[in-house]
Design a protein around this ligand. Structure first.
Ligand code: UDP
Ligand code: MG
Length: 312
């Protein structure tokens, strides 16, 4: 199997037939052996009927249907698990991404040795205020925090080497950070290709402004988990120690002040600082210990990535 195309979709009934036609055309022109995995993320319209119909017409089309709307990340994750192709493509169902980009993205993976190629919607056809501006901010922040030099982290059109999609887990709203997840899983060759983008013709966008409320929290989680996820004590223990040390110094000051009989204790800021730091220090250590206990019980505590192995 040359290519698996994963398409997450939520209420996209009008777009699907056009999308399928377009994909088939590109695949046949290039003579690929391919599959298209349509993941219906709990659509309330006729999307699933159309997926069934597509499968009847062409068995290359496969479908996964969620019981309710779980989100794009969950859809991608289940799609990834089902893929069989050497190269995996993800694209949106709304005809905003063009399948004509696929052959070049595939070539970059197979010949240029990229683990992952992310689309870059250099000229974007979305509403300026709600998408383009916040997007610039999002991309700049993610670029800075992750050190990955991409212009457009959240482009729906991406290509992956098979290993990548089989090694990462996408959940919650984390689809925006797949390049970051891939990098931390050890896939560091991440490329970019400028892709054509189009206006949404049918249906409406599924992501409003609310995505920015949680977006930066997700980035914090990813950065934290990738750095300290396996040893939370290294994070909490360090700041816990600093807090405790500071508390100890503050306590010394309090004792000295008391012994020299200068002021009433409760009127000294050092008194409050020492109490506050002691409580903070204990809490941080507690968080560290709890984190360690959770890691110890986690089945993925040793999930490092074996790239190849030679046996016997
Ligand atoms: N999508 C999904 N589940 C959701 C929201 C969106 O599967 O809960 C799909 C949607 O059908 C589309 C893709 O994710 O194929 C991108 O969504 P959309 O076009 O609404 O995002 P935008 O292009 O406006 O950022
Ligand atoms: Mg779209």
């Amino acid at each position: 199997m040359d290519i698996s195309i994963v398409v997450p979709l939520y209420n996209e009934e009008e777009s699907l037939p056009h999308l399928a036609q377009w994909i088939d055309q590109v695949m046949q022109q290039n003579g690929y052996i391919y599959e298209v995995i349509m993941v219906d993320d709990g659509s309330k319209d006729n999307s699933w009927k159309i997926v069934e119909q597509l499968h009847r017409q062409n068995p290359c089309y496969k479908g996964i249907k969620f019981r309710r709307n779980y989100g794009k990340s969950a859809a991608l994750n289940e799609g990834f698990a089902a893929t069989k192709g050497d190269v995996v493509i993800t694209m949106d169902a709304d005809l905003q991404d063009s399948p004509e980009e696929i052959p070049e993205m595939r070539r970059m993976i197979l010949e240029d040795g990229y683990d992952m190629v992310s689309g870059w919607k250099k000229k974007r056809y979305d509403s300026k205020l709600t998408k383009n501006l916040p997007s610039k901010l999002f991309n700049a922040t993610t670029r800075m925090m992750s050190g990955i030099k991409l212009h457009d982290f959240n482009c729906g059109l991406k290509a992956y080497r098979k290993d990548v999609v089989k090694s990462i887990e996408v959940y919650g709203e984390m689809h925006r950070y797949i390049p970051v997840i891939a990098k931390w899983a050890g896939f560091s060759k991440i490329g970019e290709k400028v892709v054509q983008h189009r206006k949404r013709e049918y249906g409406v966008t599924k992501f409003g402004m609310n995505r920015f409320v949680n977006g930066y929290l997700d980035l914090m989680s990813i950065m934290f988990i990738s750095r300290f996820g396996k040893q939370p004590m290294h994070f909490f223990g360090l700041i816990g120690t600093l807090a405790s040390l500071f508390g100890f110094v503050a306590l010394l000051v309090v004792v000295i002040l008391r012994l020299t009989g200068q002021i009433a204790l409760t009127r000294s800021i050092w008194f409050y600082l020492s109490m506050f730091s002691a409580v903070l220090g204990v809490m941080l250590f507690l968080a560290g210990f709890l984190g360690e206990l959770i890691c110890r019980n986690s089945t993925t505590r040793n999930s490092y990535l074996i790239e190849t192995r030679i046996e016997d």
